[in-house]
Design a protein around this ligand. Structure first.
Ligand code: AMP
Length: 216
C-alpha cells in the first residue's frame, strides 16, 4: 500500500500517519521529520533547510525531492505513508513520474479536512515529545504526567508569525494539489475534527474502500 496523507499544517497528518504505519506495517515518511532530524544532526542539508523552516517557508523542491528519492529507494517503492509530501505541484508531478517509473503508483490520497479557525490553536498548543516523537495538544490531547516537561518541544515554526507564513504557503502552493490528486488518484476526504480515535476510524474506512476497489 502506498498512501499520501494530505491537508493543511495542524490537520493531524503526523498523528494519523503514525497510527496508519503501525496498523498496516507501513513506513511513515514525513519530510518535516526528516528535515528536523537533519537540522538536529547539523548536516549540510539540515543547515540549508533550517533557514526556510524557521520562517515557515517551504524548502526548495529540488532539495525535498532529492531527499524523498533516497528514502523511496530504501523502501523499495512500497509500503509507505507520505506525510507532508508532496506540498507543491512540481513535487507531485515529480513523485507521480518517479513512482510510475518504478511501477509503484499511489494507492490512495487521504485528505484530512479541518476548519481554518481550528488550525492556529492546534499549532500554537502543539508539543512534541523529543524522545518518542509523540505529538500532543496541551488542551485536547495532553501529554501523560510522567513525560518530563523538558522533553516537550514547542516547534520553532509553531509560533504566530511562522504559522501565518505556513498557512499562506499552504494556500498558495499546496491546496491546488487537491485538484491534481482528484484527477489522478483515488482521493478521499476525511473529517479531521474530533477525537483522534474517531478520525483514525474514518481514515481506516476510507482505506478499506480503496482495498475493496483494488483488491490490495
Ligand atoms: P511539517 O512537519 O510537515 O509541518 O513540516 C515542517 C516544515 O518543513 C515545513 O513548514 C517546511 O518548511 C518544511 N517541509 C516539510 N515538508 C516539505 C515539503 N514537502 N516541501 C517543502 N518544504 C517542506
Amino acid at each position: 500500500m502506498r498512501l499520501v496523507l494530505f491537508g493543511p499544517p495542524g490537520a493531524g497528518k503526523g498523528t494519523q500517519a503514525k497510527r496508519l504505519a503501525e496498523q498496516h506495517g507501513l513506513v511513515h515518511l514525513s519530510t518535516g521529520d526528516l528535515f528536523r532530524a537533519a537540522i538536529k544532526a547539523q548536516t549540510p542539508l539540515g543547515q540549508d533547510a533550517d533557514r526556510y523552516i524557521r520562517d515557515g517557508l517551504l524548502v526548495p523542491d529540488s532539495v525535498t525531492n532529492g531527499l524523498v528519492a533516497e528514502k523511496l529507494e530504501e523502501m523499495d517503492y512500497d509500503a509507505f505513508v507520505l506525510d507532508g509530501y508532496p506540498r507543491t505541484i512540481p513535487q507531485a508531478e515529480w513523485l507521480m513520474q518517479h513512482l510510475a517509473d518504478h511501477d509503484a503508483p499511489i494507492t490512495a490520497v487521504v485528505s484530512l479536512v479541518v476548519p481554518e479557525e481550528d488550525i492556529v490553536t492546534r499549532l500554537s498548543r502543539r508539543r512534541t515529545d523529543s524522545q518518542t516523537g509523540a505529538i500532543y495538544h496541551l488542551d485536547f490531547n495532553p501529554p501523560p504526567e510522567d513525560v518530563p516537561a523538558d522533553r516537550l518541544v514547542h516547534r520553532t515554526d509553531d509560533h504566530p508569525d511562522a504559522i501565518r507564513t505556513r498557512l499562506g504557503e499552504y494556500h498558495r502552493e499546496t491546496q491546488p494539489l487537491e485538484v491534481f490528486f482528484r484527477e489522478r488518484s483515488s482521493f478521499f476526504e476525511v473529517d479531521g475534527t474530533g477525537a483522534l480515535d474517531d478520525v483514525q476510524g474514518r481514515v481506516a474506512d476510507a482505506i478499506a474502500d480503496t482495498r475493496g476497489l483494488s483488491g490490495i
